[in-house]
Design a protein around this ligand. Structure first.
Ligand SMILES: *Cc1c(COP(=O)(O)O)cnc(C)c1O
Length: 473
């Protein structure tokens, strides 16, 4: 490739790595920065400029090739590399159990327990009463049985793992009867037919998408049948001309033919949300009361705990599951166990659970409370007193998320921001670049923040971010 005069001049201006490295020695900013990070950042910055010169990037000139301006860029690069990749964010989306944003926030109790267990030895698999090896599950199986009413319980890494493990244990090489209306994809590539295939269970679909009857299940039963499975539809609903069997009907059918029954409850909740003016979600206790052999659900959806897959059911079945070697591969970690146990303990007192568990608190938050929060945020933003900014409080609705209550729109209050001379897309990008990033949504060229999922102390974070953005746009 032939380089023109300008390109040759610019390339000659590019400093060497050693020269910039030398310059970093006299700046406090670079003290304590690992050599590898420093050298990589310098190389990346210089290479980036070289590439732009070769591509005749019109925005590159002598000015941004000065040693001091390159050093500034190296600083930015170092700062980015040194910052953690997994970061806190402000969830202004209004989706309470937002899988992309980490689902549930832990209660303080759970967080305290987690941090203590993380830093000290524990009786994770040690029976203190007997002074010998104990079971990893013993810290939570008692409390799980107590709250759910089940005979036995165990926990694994997540609900996807729990479903896989249960199917592999109960139905490997046998047919599993499932309604066509329940062959769902949950997102993040969890599809019931695929998990079934991996478990070695043989899927036998019955009924239609909208209607499945007792006779559909019954006529599918034969000597190869190993399990009747019910799956919570989670993120979608079938409405209109519909029919499905209740778990109880399935359990009664299973009892007549001596076939085990399993339910994948998905979100799983111990609290009847209809008492709080929300839509009815089946509770774990109700499912257990039907006498189903095994029920699985997530720890970090409506339960509001850490990521976990909880399995409750009949003693014989749970014992069999515990003996499956797959259990070792899906083993729950001690930090999760610590957080899960403390979260579960809160459920002994429902009112306390709702106050202490952020997911429950946000879901049951009154409109009034959200409105007051929205007004506080709007007031703070108006106090910045910048004529380019238009702030409004709007009524919108939030979502439960986590595949729970899919049809439910929770009435909520949002604050919308419009800045003259700054498009909603640009504003969204600036807020996403903020430290911590603020994640909201765009509606009719306005940036919208839902106050249901914004924590009280985050109001000032938003205020600071907007103040700083206004200086830059
Ligand atoms: C969410 C969900 C899962 C997966 O649970 P994870 O805890 O995310 O692994 C499985 N089944 C149903 C019905 C779900 O809603």
């Amino acid at each position: 490739m032939k380089l023109d005069q300008n390109q040759q001049t610019l390339l000659r201006m590019l400093p060497g790595v050693d020269r910039i490295l030398e310059m970093t020695k006299s700046e406090v900013f670079f003290d304590n920065i690992p050599q590898s990070v420093l050298v990589n950042s310098i190389r990346t910055t210089i290479e980036n400029h070289r590439g732009r010169i070769l591509q005749k990037d019109p925005n590159i000139s002598k000015d941004n090739l000065s040693e001091s301006s390159i050093l500034d860029e190296v600083k930015c690069c170092v700062a980015k590399t040194m910052a953690p990749n997994l970061r806190r964010v402000v969830n202004a989306t209004g989706v309470v159990v937002h899988t992309n944003l980490g689902r549930s926030l832990l209660a303080d109790e759970a967080h305290e327990m987690l941090s203590m267990i993380a830093r000290r030895y524990s009786n994770l698999e040690y029976n203190l009463a007997l002074g010998k090896r104990g079971s990893r599950y013993s810290s939570v199986d008692g409390i799980l049985c107590e709250i759910s009413g089940a005979d036995a319980a165990m926990v694994v890494n997540n609900n996807a793992g729990a479903v896989l493990l249960c199917l592999e244990t109960i139905a490997k090489n046998k047919t599993v009867i499932v309604s066509r209306g329940e062959l769902v994809e949950i997102g993040g590539s969890f599809r019931i037919p695929d998990v079934m295939a991996k478990s070695g269970g043989i899927l036998k679909e019955v009924g239609t998408t909208n209607r499945t009857h007792l006779r559909d299940y019954e006529s599918a039963i034969d000597e190869h049948t190993g399990l009747l499975l019910k799956v919570h539809r989670s993120n979608y609903s079938v409405v209109g001309f519909t029919a499905e069997l209740s778990l109880q009907q399935l359990v009664d059918l299973g009892a007549r033919y001596n076939i085990p029954v399993m339910e994948d409850l998905g979100s799983g909740t111990f609290i009847d949300f209809s008492k709080y003016g929300l839509m009815k979600e089946p509770t774990v206790q109700e499912s257990v009361a039907t006498g189903a052999d095994v029920i699985t659900f997530s720890g970090d959806k409506l339960l509001g705990g850490p990521q976990a897959g909880i399995i409750v059911g009949k003693t014989g079945t749970i014992d069999e599951i515990k003996r499956n070697p797959l259990t070792r591969a899906l083993r729950i970690d001690k930090l999760t166990l610590a957080a899960l146990e403390s979260t579960l303990r809160l459920y002994r007192d429902e009112e306390k659970a709702i106050r202490a568990i952020p997911t429950l608190r946000m879901l049951t938050m009154s409109s009034k409370e959200i409105e007051q929060k929205a007004k506080r945020l709007a007031k703070k933003l108006l106090a910045i007193d910048d004529a380019r900014m238009d702030i409004k409080v709007l009524q919108r609705s939030s979502k439960a998320g986590g595949g729970a209550l899919p049809l439910l729109n929770l009435p909520s209050q949002c604050v919308s921001i419009n800045i003259q001379g700054c498009s909603a897309n640009t504003l969204e990008k600036h807020l996403r670049d903020n430290d911590p990033p603020i994640i909201g949504r765009i509606e009719e060229d306005k940036f919208i923040m839902d106050l249901r999922t914004i924590q009280e102390e985050e109001i000032s974070i938003i205020e600071t971010a907007i103040t700083s953005i206004l200086k830059r746009v």
